[in-house]
Ligand binder design. Structure first.
Ligand SMILES: Nc1ncnc2c1ncn2[C@@H]1O[C@H](COP(=O)(O)OP(=O)(O)O)[C@@H](O)[C@H]1O
Ligand SMILES: [Mg+2]
Length: 336
């Protein structure tokens, strides 16, 4: 079953263009200049129920705007979306009870209250059955290892602990769809890993549908098989993460550990040397030439060790962004 269906969705913001200087400011009082930002410029995709999909793209790509549209926080300029059978921006209460949005950069819990007070509020708002509430709270606080912290004011918690409380608040009403906007941003490695492990376990157990934006490729690689890549409001790729690597990583990295005393000469004949730290070196070589280059290297140098690696996913994705960069001319509109 399809959980999320988005068709040619667009969100255009009209922003006032600030001008430099006094005269420009005075003129601006009479004649404001606007330009349009195509935050989401016509995206279409579908997500199956129970799928966990990564939503990737550089800053300003349109990820948060898309998630806000799917949450019904903002109205689209054009296009359609059906989420769990609902049109999000109709803001039906029945829809509100079926999804949750967690934003890593925004607090939804009361700053001065202990998490448990906010949770109780959620219980009332979502009309969660008291027995279900107790059971879920117990389960979630255990899984996320914050059981002892629920009585402490949110402001006293670390960022990682706070984020885990946000997740609990989001999941108490058992949503079918979880929209996660940078849930691990700014977290230390340990917290990041805890959130990751939790999401992996909980998503599989609950068959949750998840759309996840993250800058951390580790999150994405640990959690998602499919990635939708957005840039400048448009979808640039939608497919398996492995496919991204296959399609775009035309290079591999050969790592060498030299056996001899002296730094070997002429390494650059074999490929781009990018990490030259004798006795180690890394060279970037075309994927389809790895066998030839490898045997040539072995014939030429005394090597203690050799390794062949895929390039990190970040690099493959960054390549997609640069390969498809097509600057959009801003539209001007002078409004009296
Ligand atoms: N409320 C707004 N008013 C004007 N422009 C906005 C607004 N929200 C987002 N934008 C612009 O829309 C584009 C996409 O933003 P966003 O969806 O937040 O990107 P991302 O989450 O991928 O970093 C950016 O250029 C951003 O500046
Ligand atoms: Mg964002």
């Amino acid at each position: 079953m399809i959980a999320v269906e988005v068709k040619d969705l667009k969100k255009t913001y009209r922003v006032y263009r600030k001008r430099e200087g006094l005269w420009a400011s005075v003129r601006g009082l009479f004649r404001r200049e606007y330009h349009q930002v195509h935050a989401v410029a016509g995206v279409s995709f579908q997500i199956e129920q129970g799928e966990m999909v990564a939503f990737l793209g550089p800053n300003g790509a349109g990820k948060t705007t898309t998630l806000k549209l799917l949450s019904g926080l903002i109205y689209p300029t054009a296009g359609e979306a059906k989420v769990l059978g609902f049109v999000p921006w109709k803001r039906e209460i029945a829809y509100r009870r079926r999804f949750a949005l967690v934003m890593g950069q925004k607090n939804q819990l009361w700053w001065d209250l202990p998490a448990q007070e906010s949770f109780r509020l959620h219980k009332e708002i979502y009309r969660i059955d008291p027995a279900d509430f107790d059971r879920r709270l117990d389960e979630l606080t255990n899984l996320l290892e914050v059981r002892k912290l629920v009585g402490q004011p949110i402001r006293e918690l670390s960022l990682g602990e706070r984020m885990r409380m946000e997740l609990i608040a989001a999941l108490l009403h058992r949503p079918d769809l979880l929209l996660l906007d940078e849930p691990t941003i700014g977290l230390d490695v340990v917290s990041q890993r805890k959130v990751q492990d939790f999401l992996k376990f909980y998503q599989a157990e609950q068959k949750l549908t998840v759309l996840l934006t993250s800058h951390y490729m580790k999150d994405v690689q640990a959690l998602c098989k499919r990635a939708i890549i957005i840039n400048e409001g448009e979808i640039k790729h939608d497919g398996s993460l492995g496919e991204i690597v296959d399609r775009f990583s035309t290079y591999k990295v050969i790592e060498l550990l030299f056996g001899g005393e002296a730094r070997p000469e002429g390494l650059e004949r074999f490929g781009e040397v990018f990490d030259d730290n004798f006795p180690r070196a890394k060279i970037k070589v075309p994927r389809n030439q790895v066998p030839e280059i490898l045997s040539a290297l072995l014939a030429e140098y005394t090597l203690d060790d050799v390794g062949v690696h895929d390039r990190p996913l970040e690099e493959a994705i960054a390549e997609i962004f640069t390969a498809t960069k097509n600057p959009v001319a801003p539209e001007h509109a002078a409004v009296p």
